[in-house]
Design a protein around this ligand. Structure first.
Ligand SMILES: C[S@@+](CC[C@H](N)C(=O)[O-])C[C@H]1O[C@@H](n2cnc3c(N)ncnc32)[C@H](O)[C@@H]1O
Length: 342
């Protein structure tokens, strides 16, 4: 086991270069040491992990999904003895863990590589031994996390408070339970956004869903007891269509946005050119109540992604304050932006 001062960052595999560019724009002295998996990179830190994490938070990184520290590196052989080696070194972890705070272990194994054990085996074994030492396990909302990333020959191990990891999910991989009543996978994007940006929908009563079909986002808004106008020329799923709290405007957003209604929540997941979608959000701003919230996905092209993201956000700032912008785990070639009225 050797002591190091590194950081592992994670992004969507197709956005890794953007994540790196983004970091380079606000981290001055830290150096990129290489990729250890698709969308998983390592930085050598010149300052503390906490100082660096604060830079990510302050600069509102969009493409970096998750960060964690690497405090130790341990040589491993990719066999079952690795788990024993990791638990045998638990005294190093105990020195850094706070006994008064709950903990969780988040292990990731390098993809496309065969291991004789699963990440969950490492989690279980190490959590068991730490619990025996009096530490309190809380897998769902831990206050501190032991992050472990295992490659062909090394285990990278680090401990941090959850709030510095940018996501409390292992590697930022936000997982939902299987849902038998899923209308569309797009539902996950809105649910993840509400959770990641910590949005409170309890006071909201009305919602406008632009590009609603088949109705996944509308379903989420209904879950928060909103009355929803669902705008889309395409059919809604029959379960959504017959819900008494849904009014389906079976036409284009451009047509609907000639009415004069006001809403507490406006969402836009329309499959359309990002510039056009942003321009429509300019018109939609007139439809948003003063303390309302708008959420949109920027559908990004394959080229000039960074510039287009930045230009879109700058344009949106003509009408809104940006509450948050992230490429979420459930976004593909998209960035989710949360907006409040100016
Ligand atoms: C990705 S889907 C939306 C999925 C939806 N959020 C869900 O959870 O089920 C994109 C939708 O945008 C709609 N769309 C594209 N252009 C539109 C426009 N100009 N006005 C309204 N809807 C539009 C498409 O018909 C399509 O149903």
């Amino acid at each position: 086991m050797r002591y190091v001062n590194k950081l592992i960052f994670t992004s969507d595999v197709l956005s890794s270069q953007m994540a790196l560019n983004e970091m380079n724009s606000f981290l001055e002295s830290d150096t990129f040491s290489g990729w250890i998996d698709g969308g998983v990179g390592v930085l050598s830190l010149q300052t503390s992990f906490i100082d660096t994490a604060n830079m990510f938070i302050k600069n509102q990184a969009i493409f970096v999904r998750h960060i964690c520290p690497v405090d130790f590196e341990l040589e491993i052989k990719k066999d079952i003895d690795d788990i024993k080696q990791i638990t045998d070194n638990k005294h190093n972890l105990i020195d850094k863990l706070d006994i008064n705070k709950t903990f969780s272990i988040q292990t990731r194994l390098m993809s496309d590589t065969s291991f004789t054990y699963k990440a969950s085996d490492v989690n279980k074994e190490l959590a068991n031994t730490l619990e025996k030492d009096g530490f309190n396990l809380d897998v769902k909302s831990p206050e501190q996390i032991v992050s472990i990333f295992i490659t062909e020959n090394l285990a990278f191990i680090g401990i941090s408070l959850t709030k510095y990891n940018l996501s409390n999910w292992s590697g930022g991989e936000y997982k939902f339970r299987k849902d038998e009543n899923l209308i569309s996978r797009a539902e996950f994007k809105l649910l993840e956004a509400i959770d990641v940006f910590n949005l409170d929908f309890s006071e909201y009563k009305t919602g406008l869903d632009l590009g609603a079909a088949p109705g996944g986002w509308t379903k989420v808004l209904l879950k928060y007891n909103l009355d929803v106008v669902a705008v889309d020329p395409a059919e809604l799923n029959p379960i959504i269509a017959k819900n008494p709290n849904v009014l389906h405007f079976k036409g284009l957003a451009q047509e609907y946005l000639k009415n004069n209604n006001k809403f507490d929540v406006i969402v836009n997941d329309m499959r359309m050119d990002v510039k056009e979608s942003v321009a429509l959000m300019g018109i939609a701003a007139e439809y948003l109540n003063s303390d309302g919230i708008a959420i949109m996905t920027l559908k990004l092209p394959t080229k000039k992604v960074q510039a287009i993201t930045n230009n879109s956000i700058t344009k949106l700032q003509s009408w809104y304050n940006i509450y948050g912008a992230r490429q979420l785990f459930h976004n593909r070639s998209e960035v989710t932006v949360v907006l409040k009225k100016k």
